[in-house]
Design a protein. Structure first.
Length: 256
């Protein structure tokens, strides 16, 4: 009866899934339980996903454990509850689920006072990063850059930012470009800086747009090209970069 009530709230696709896998889920099939929970969440029926997540999570499924942590963290289908968030993330993290390791690390890093656990956050980021989690790689780059929870280390910072960028973490593109350009934590290389600035600019980084504009203006890592310099500076300016706007005004005044 409960399955029938649940089905009425779902999309046609989910109703077909319930019809096909509902009895399997009721009889304890973890894969079917996860499938029903995922379909319910996709339909925005978070409350209906919780019973299936609980069944699968208590049976040891790390995705379901992570999903419950996320639900309690964001109040999706349940009331927000930090203790339950940490508890479920920890179970998924201990099972090796990288997104749970990342999110648990972020929670530990952002807690206040004595509850703050930066070293534990770094440990969790490393575990997630080893599995290729780009966000964890980026966070490690940031922590080594700032000396947060670890000794400040420009070389390690660059290495982690580069790993994040290579895993398509767009926020890391500009950092890698900047570090190559300035020779911080790595050998200075303007050409490589330009390559990463272009990726960052295409992803919306106004700082990379600005730096590309200056590079084309000065011939730094690329041949001088006033047209391209104006293009990138204009894009940066239109997106709110005040220094780009100032330089454009100065260039305009010089050309009069």
């Amino acid at each position: 009866m409960w399955l029938e009530r649940m089905s009425l709230k779902m999309s046609f696709y989910t109703q077909k899934i319930i019809k096909k896998f509902g009895e399997k889920a009721k009889s304890g099939n973890v894969e079917a339980q996860c499938l029903l929970a995922e379909c319910a969440m996709r339909d925005g029926a978070f409350k209906e996903s919780i019973p299936w997540l609980l069944l699968a999570a208590n049976a040891g499924d790390s995705w379901a454990q992570y999903s419950l942590g996320f639900a309690y963290q964001n109040g999706e289908g349940v009331k927000k509850d930090l203790k339950k968030t940490i508890s479920w993330y920890k179970r998924a993290s201990d099972a090796g689920y990288d997104s749970a390791q990342l999110n648990l690390g972020i929670i530990y890093a952002n807690q206040k006072g004595r509850a703050r656990k930066l070293k534990e956050a770094v440990r969790l980021y490393r575990l997630a990063a080893k599995q290729g989690n780009a966000n964890a790689c980026y966070n490690l780059g940031l922590y080594y850059e700032e000396g947060r929870g670890v000794p400040k280390d420009d070389k390690k910072s660059f290495q982690w930012y580069l790993k994040a960028a290579e895993r398509n973490k767009s926020k890391a593109y500009h950092r890698v470009g900047y570090l190559y350009h300035e020779g911080i934590g790595t050998r200075q290389d303007s050409k490589k800086a330009i390559r990463w600035y272009k990726k960052a600019a295409k992803s919306g980084s106004i700082y990379s747009m600005y730096n590309l504009g200056l590079s084309y203006l000065d011939g730094d890592g690329v041949p001088k090209n006033r047209k391209l310099a104006l293009k990138w500076l204009s894009l940066a300016s239109k997106n709110g970069h005040t220094k780009a706007k100032k330089i454009l005004r100065e260039l305009s005044e010089k050309s009069l």
